[in-house]
Design a protein around this ligand. Structure first.
Ligand code: MTE
Length: 333
């Protein structure tokens, strides 16, 4: 994710070539006016490298009881090793490889998810129960990051609507607010603004209630039929396939039904660049680069990957366009 650098008001070649921009995390920090010490790091270094200890690889996922989805024709899946080594999870580092390297800090058992707010039956879910109970559903979804790369991934989990219905929302519930775990010992990027890319943690996200109740909105506990690795948001994360990837908040501990539109992390950080809705839309560019196309991460990884056109609502328009009828999607980006 990128923040506009105040020192370079006019787009440069690097600005319009997102992958080159986000390879250099220093731009993010520079834009935020953060410390000189961090800027002295080599271009590819992450701040978390500074206190990297005996970084162990994340433990292999446990097989899940999943009803497999048919492999869709014409969609190539992103290989597991790519999906688990090229990540955005700023609490585990701002470089794409950092989350995998630092995932061992995150302890995902036991893990409880609280569902509350404007509901008649608040409850606390023990995620292990959900994982063990099975069978889980498999959903093969496109993931489109706002940085203009994409993947196709087989998630295992349950529909978000099932969880929300269980809590029986009241008539005052108009939005749903999500929150990632806050624990700087497990998510070291939360220890300071400079380590965590300038974000005020915990990471928070939100959906309108009708978006959250849409059958495509999904809570994933697994990837490729195995429990989620830490870097992908273990043990439970949101997946909203028609929206930019930053809406798909990881390692969730709280879901609250609320009356007002809740604050969301990237919108708080750069409201002119990242909106609340964040629907994938090839016609509405990011202020600094085009959203008309994307690089698909397949066998070969991101660099050298061919560009492909980005689809309206990431290809899920038939299912979700009615949610936004009458809305000006340029205004509500
Ligand atoms: N959730 C939290 N808590 N922290 C993050 O930094 N990054 C978001 C999203 N969820 C992020 C997060 C972004 S920008 C993207 S593109 C997706 O996670 C990436 O998911 P992946 O790493 O599994 O591909």
């Amino acid at each position: 994710m990128l923040i506009k650098s105040s020192s370079s008001p006019h787009p440069t070649e690097a600005d319009v070539t997102p992958e080159q921009v986000y390879r250099d995390r220093r731009l993010v920090l520079k834009g935020l006016g953060l410390g000189a010490a961090s800027l002295a790091l080599p271009a590819q270094a992450s701040l978390l490298d500074l206190f990297k200890d005996d970084a162990a690889p994340a433990p292999a996922g446990k097989p899940l009881k999943v009803n497999p989805a048919p492999r869709p024709e014409g969609l190539v899946l992103t290989p597991y090793d790519k999906a688990t080594s090229h990540n955005n999870f700023y609490e585990l580092g701002t470089g794409k490889g950092d989350p995998a390297r630092n995932a061992h800090y995150l302890k995902t058992e036991p893990w409880t998810l609280k569902v509350g707010g404007e509901v008649e039956r608040p409850f606390t879910l023990d995620v292990k129960d959900l994982v063990d109970k099975g069978p889980l559903e498999e959903r093969i979804y496109r993931l489109r990051c706002v940085e203009a790369w994409s993947m196709v991934l087989p998630w295992s989990g349950i529909s978000l609507a099932d969880i929300i219905k269980r809590a029986a929302p009241t008539s005052r519930a108009k939005f749903v607010a999500f929150e990632t775990l806050y624990d700087p010992e497990q998510l070291p990027g939360q220890a300071s603004r400079s380590l965590g890319g300038g974000i005020d943690y915990p990471y928070v996200e939100g959906l309108r209630i009708d978006e959250a109740m849409h059958p495509l909105a999904f809570l994933a506990v697994g990837l490729y039929g195995k429990t989620l690795p830490g870097q992908n948001g273990a043990p439970i994360r949101l997946v909203v396939p028609w929206k930019y990837g930053f809406k798909s908040i990881k390692s969730i501990v709280s879901i609250r039904l609320v009356e007002e539109m809740p604050p969301t992390t990237w919108n708080l950080l750069a409201p002119n660049e990242y909106g609340f809705y964040a629907n994938v839309n090839p016609q509405v560019d990011h202020p600094r680069w085009s959203q008309a196309s994307e690089r698909f991460i397949g066998e070969g990884g991101i660099f050298g990957a061919k560009r492909q056109p980005t689809l309206m609502f990431n290809g899920y328009g038939e299912e979700v366009a009615s949610l936004y009828q009458g809305m000006d999607l340029r205004k509500w980006y």
